[in-house]
Ligand binder design. Sequence first.
Ligand code: BTN
Length: 321
Amino acid sequence: MPENIIDLLKKNNDYYSGAKISAELGITRAAVWKKVIALRKKGFIIDALPSKGYRLVKSPDLSADYIKSAVKGGLWKDIFVYDLVSSTNELAMSLATKENLRADTVIIADSQKKGKGRLGRIWISPPGRNIYMSIAFNPGLDTRDATMLTLLTAVACAHAVKNISGLPVSIKWPNDLILSGKKLGGILTEIRADIDKVNLAVIGIGINVNMGREDFTDEIRSIATSIKEESGKDCSRNELVIEVLRQIEHFYNMLINLGKYPLLNEWKILSSTLGKSVKVVMGDETLIGLAEDIDDNGMLILKLDSGLRRQISAGDVTLLR
Ligand code: BTN
């Protein structure tokens, strides 16, 4: 049974009669009209012709209704879209604490006042351009496997961008999405865990979608890029969010059903780090060596010039050649 008018109108590119909609949704035709008006207020452009019915002309660029109708029946329990938040990660964490936010809920914002990056950095989050989303997840994972969530999300995002735009995204350890050698996006996972079990994971995803050169700050202009910059075309944020959620669900099922090795393999295929000479900065310590592999927990195995190997759990990696 379709849940809403958007589902029905999306399935039919042409006009769909008010009578059919009212019969299929089990509501009166007056109620259909009221819902259409409410959807128009949310930014949907819906044509109405008395003789023919309704036709969906355009959906808002970032719409919870549109995204929900595309991913319903899957893993995701609820999806919220906000205009402006402090940080989607912070909001997801605080809602999970105060209001028992259900697991597998997605929080998306058009912009963030204090977007958080890794290692305490700021994530530039202007409105109308990009994807900033956080997933509150109860993954039922052992705490030692928590990093798998970040690797999984990076793999899912790389596939999603490729499927939507055709662009070949690679992953720089641990979780940077890379296009043409520049940063396209990143992932920030925050967890609440006991010694042995992850109780709540908030996976934050930032992807530069329709940023132009001029939108980047001077500081990151030469090292960051966007889908639009690389493809020369605008990219639908709705479709990209939908594909990211589908891919996360796909790779999560892979992890649960087949264990972590197929996923680690996917990560290695997409990696732009392994086999390269790299510099790793970890606080005050800087190491140079060969990024040889990742271990079963997603840690980077760095082979130093001395032949010694170091296992790196967190740090900033620069490719040297
Ligand atoms: C990185 O530094 O590479 C990670 C960036 C993660 C940014 C995203 S945007 C949505 C979510 N909310 C935040 O405050 N940060 C993450």
